[in-house]
Design a protein around this ligand. Structure first.
Ligand code: PLP
Length: 389
């Protein structure tokens, strides 16, 4: 199997697994049972790991909450802000192309009487295709806006949002800013010492760490604005009463180790995956007439370097995938491909339902090789030829 679906998940780096293992076997203590050495050792490992995570994204260590992943982080950030008993403002601004773990929370808030604005993004063909329309955003934000939630980078078309400008507009009316940075952290520079984001979500399995662990930074932006959130999960009062439940030392250690490796090797990884992604595009475009890129141009600095999303001239993405069983790629976001609806990200770009169904996403990762890309091109072009009229 040639795995080209690294936006859905990435394989756990061996070096990360090696660092995790002792915390499941030898050092199995409960980090919250600090009356004995077993627990204290686990607690110390978590503290060290939190410091590494915090340093990698430029926030104070006490602003990092560990969660089960970005879905939980997004839920906690958005629901948490609006459902806090002292929250007076009732307006949420987000975009039409967020991950469902943001959009579904927004819809539920709307049903409960909160006001939600879903900003459009610049359409296909525009120089900033996929980026938030900043004029429309500036017109939408008001004194009732409690929170703006805009993802840092998109999981389908790889577009990177202009976060510093978004932060300035959000804060101009006293709103807080949350960013779902799940596709950005570990891939591009995400440093809250430089960009004023009040809440930030990420997930370790997107940067070669384990599944089932993520983070939410709270009040980590440059201004360290006061952020009040109501917890989703209550119980033992762990993590400052904001996220109860026993923390998993192996997962937290793995998350930190993966982030450290990803940050250290970021430049090298970026060059490798950009080269492979361009090779894949050149090969596919050479073998399939009329293939069109969705989202920003591949050379754009506003696109994740491993991302390729393209639209076939005929043939649905699902059929192409079925014709190429040895290549793992996706016909939309893996997180939402349980339903058969056309991608809301592509329709948000102005693509029709039929165009969205003819689109596929490739995510190149650091473990892909040139030989794999060449084999994938051969299989994909052959598969397409078999199907095309
Ligand atoms: C942008 C984005 N947000 C959130 C998520 C959900 O992450 P998790 O799998 O950690 O819940 C994903 C997963 O694909 C994602 O791409």
């Amino acid at each position: 199997m040639i795995y080209l679906d690294n936006h859905a998940t990435t394989p756990c780096d061996r070096r990360v697994v090696d660092q995790m293992l002792p915390w499941m076997t030898e050092f199995f203590g409960n980090p919250h049972s600090t009356s004995h050495e077993c627990g204290r050792r686990a607690a110390a490992a978590i503290e060290t790991a939190l410091a590494v995570i915090a340093q990698s994204i430029g926030v104070p260590a006490d602003s990092v909450l560990i969660t089960s992943g970005a879905t939980e982080s997004n839920n906690l950030a958005i629901d948490g802000v609006f459902r806090h008993p002292r929250q007076k403002r009732r307006h949420l601004i987000t975009t039409a192309i967020e991950h469902p773990s943001v959009l579904d929370v927004a819809s539920r808030l709307e049903k409960d009487g909160f006001r939600v604005t879903r900003l459009a993004v610049h359409p296909a063909g525009h120089a900033q295709a996929g980026q938030v329309d900043l004029d429309a955003f500036a017109a939408a934000v008001d004194d009732d806006t409690a929170l703006v939630s805009v993802h840092w980078a998109n999981n389908e078309i790889g577009v990177i949002q202009p976060m510093p400008q978004i932060a300035a507009i959000a804060h101009s009316c006293g709103a807080l800013l949350h960013s779902d940075a799940t596709q950005a952290v570990g891939r591009i520079d995400v440093n809250l010492g430089q960009v004023d984001v009040d809440l930030l979500s990420a997930s370790a399995h997107k940067f070669y760490g384990p599944k089932g662990v993520g983070m939410l930074t709270v009040a980590g932006g440059t201004t360290r604005r006061r952020v009040r959130i109501k917890p989703l999960i209550v119980g033992g009062g762990q993590q400052r009463n904001l996220r109860s439940g026993t923390m998993a030392p192996a997962n937290v250690v793995g998350c930190a180790a993966a982030l450290q490796v990803a940050t250290t090797e970021a430049a090298e990884t970026e060059t490798t995956v950009a080269g492979l992604r361009d090779r894949l595009w050149t090969g596919l475009a050479g073998g399939i007439d009329g293939l069109v890129i969705n989202g920003p141009p591949l050379a754009s600095a506003e696109r994740l370097s491993g991302n390729l999303n393209c639209m076939l001239p005929a043939i649905e993405g699902e059929a192409w995938m079925a014709a190429c069983p040895d290549v793992a790629f996706s016909s939309g976001s893996a997180c939402s491909s349980v339903d058969a609806l056309p991608s809301h990200v592509l329709t948000g770009l102005g693509r029709s339902e039929s165009e969205a169904r003819r689109s596929v996403r490739f995510g190149i990762g650091k473990f892909n090789s040139q030989a794999e890309i060449d084999q994938a091109i051969e299989q994909l072009v052959r598969g397409y030829a078999k199907l095309s009229p």
